[in-house]
Design a binder for this molecule. Sequence first.
Ligand SMILES: C[S@@+](CC[C@H](N)C(=O)[O-])C[C@H]1O[C@@H](n2cnc3c(N)ncnc32)[C@H](O)[C@@H]1O
Length: 238
Amino acid sequence: MKDYIKPFVPNVIYPIAQNIYDYLIFSKVRNLTDGKMKPQVYAYINYLAKHSYEYNILEIGAYRGGSTISAAKALKETQSESRVYSFEKQNIEHLTRNINSAGVENFVSVINDEVYSTEYKMPEIIKENAPYSMIIIDADGEIFKYIYLFQEYLIPGSVIVIDDYKPIRPFNRESGGKDYRTYLQTNMLVREGVIDKFRIKRHTFFGTISVDSPDLNIIESKMSDLYAHEEKIRKCEF
Ligand SMILES: C[S@@+](CC[C@H](N)C(=O)[O-])C[C@H]1O[C@@H](n2cnc3c(N)ncnc32)[C@H](O)[C@@H]1O
C-alpha cells in the first residue's frame, strides 16, 4: 500500500485493507499480462521479492510477464539496484511491451532463450550477475533440470517459487503433463532435502533451497526409478 494512504487506515482493518489493495493491484498485472497465476500469488511473489532486494532474481518462464512484473515492482518499490533475470523461449515482443507499460524496464533483463537440458550452456549474463536470492520456475515442469543448472548461482536459503504444483491422481489420463512432472519432481526434491517447503498458495509452491544439497546425480537416478514406477501404474489402467 502507498505510504501516503497508510496513516488514514485504522490499525484494526489494516491487514484487510492491504489484502484488498494487493488484490486490485495484482489483478491489474494479471489482466495486462494474461497472467497464468492468481493475483494473490503475484502479491506474495512481490512480498517475498521485497525481502530479496539485495540480490538479483532468476525466473524461467516469463510468458507475458505476470510474475516478472510482480517481482520487478518490489525491486522498484524498494529502490533496489537488483534486477529480475528472466528466461523466455517464445517471441518476447508482447513481454517487452508489458514490462515497459508496467514501468519496470530498469528492473528486468529478458533472456530470449530456451533452457533445454542439464547440458545447457549458461549465458554469461547469468554468471556475471550471480548470486541470486530467489528463483521462480514456471516453465515445463522439469524442476530438477533448473535446480541442477542454477543451484551454483543461488545464495544459501534462496526462495524458490514453483507454479503448477498440483496433486495428481495416479490414474488421471492428463497426468503426463507439466503438473504431473512438477508435483513428482518437487516432492522428490523435498524428500531428498534439496528444498524446504514453507507455503503452498493456489497451486504455487514456495520454499527455500539449500546449496549444500545431496548429489543431484543420485536424485536424478531416483527420479528415473520413480517415473518407471509411475509408468507401470498408468499402464495398468489401459
Ligand atoms: C505458464 S507460462 C509462464 C507464466 C508466467 N510466469 C505468468 O506469470 O503468467 C510458461 C512459459 O515458460 C516458457 N518456457 C517453457 N519452457 C521453457 C524453457 N525451457 N526455457 C525458457 N522458457 C520456457 C513458455 O514459452 C511459456 O511462455
